[in-house]
Design a protein around this ligand. Structure first.
Ligand code: DC
Length: 222
């Protein structure tokens, strides 16, 4: 059995932080805060899958066809600020197309290249610690109870003026969890050496403070 070498052992290279977890766990917020705190670039890899989904949707393409989805990977020109990236329709299509191995393969290089930036990087997603950056210096698996995540997502939707019930949002979160965990290509999975951060009983500030504390200790940087 050979251990994956830590990138920290390479002198002069910045740390790589992998943040994985289910939908609405707070992983994106935590990853962004870690990036600011440690002065590292941040990639939200969910946005890549969302951009493919939105490209396909705007074409009127079929999310059930992996080959149409993979064509969208090479032709996407979506601004990361596009508000439609966060819509429920796009979330659903992103969840479907992210199960296709051809789509995951098409998006692999740009994620690995980002993770290999010499100054270090923070990436968040579902398979960062397991597939994209298995040698990351810190792997955080951010999670929270489905009911807590559903309440957070509902608040976010209401803040955007959208109507939904807690039961609908909870059902959607559970369905998305099942798709993310059960797909055969790079499923949502906790790396063996990941540190679990359960944010169920934490507000935003407490979760960020705890992540920074864990990272500081693991990376040997305050
Ligand atoms: O994190 P998010 O909700 O923005 O992700 C959108 C979808 O993309 C989600 O259904 C899972 C998928 N995804 C993935 O399969 N692998 C990643 N590294 C990131 C996201």
């Amino acid at each position: 059995m050979s251990a994956t070498p830590s990138r920290q052992s390479k002198p002069g290279r910045g740390p790589v932080i992998a943040v994985d977890g289910p939908a609405a766990s707070g992983k994106g917020t935590i990853a962004a805060a870690l990036a600011v705190h440690f002065g590292l670039p941040h990639m939200d890899t969910g946005l890549l899958y969302r951009s493919v989904a939105l490209t396909l949707w705007r074409w009127g393409g079929d999310p059930g066809n992996p080959f149409e989805a993979v064509r969208a990977c090479s032709e996407m020109g979506i601004s990361p600020e596009d508000p439609e990236l966060r819509s429920e329709a796009v979330s659903r299509i992103a969840s479907a197309i992210s199960a296709y191995p051809v789509v995951r393969a098409a998006l692999l290089d740009r994620q690995r290249e980002f993770a290999a930036l010499p100054g270090g990087a923070v990436l968040d997603g579902r398979d960062i610690g397991t597939v994209i950056a298995p040698g990351a210096d810190l792997k955080l698996f951010v999670t929270a109870a489905p009911e807590v995540r559903a309440r957070r997502r509902l608040k976010e939707l209401e803040g955007r003026g959208m109507n939904a019930t807690l039961a609908e949002v909870l059902a959607d979160i559970k369905a998305r969890d099942a798709r993310d965990v059960e797909r055969s290509a790079a499923p949502l999975d906790q790396a063996g050496d990941a540190i679990v951060l359960d944010t169920s009983a934490m507000d935003r500030e407490a979760a960020i403070a705890e992540a920074i504390r864990i990272a500081g200790e693991k990376l040997g940087r305050p």
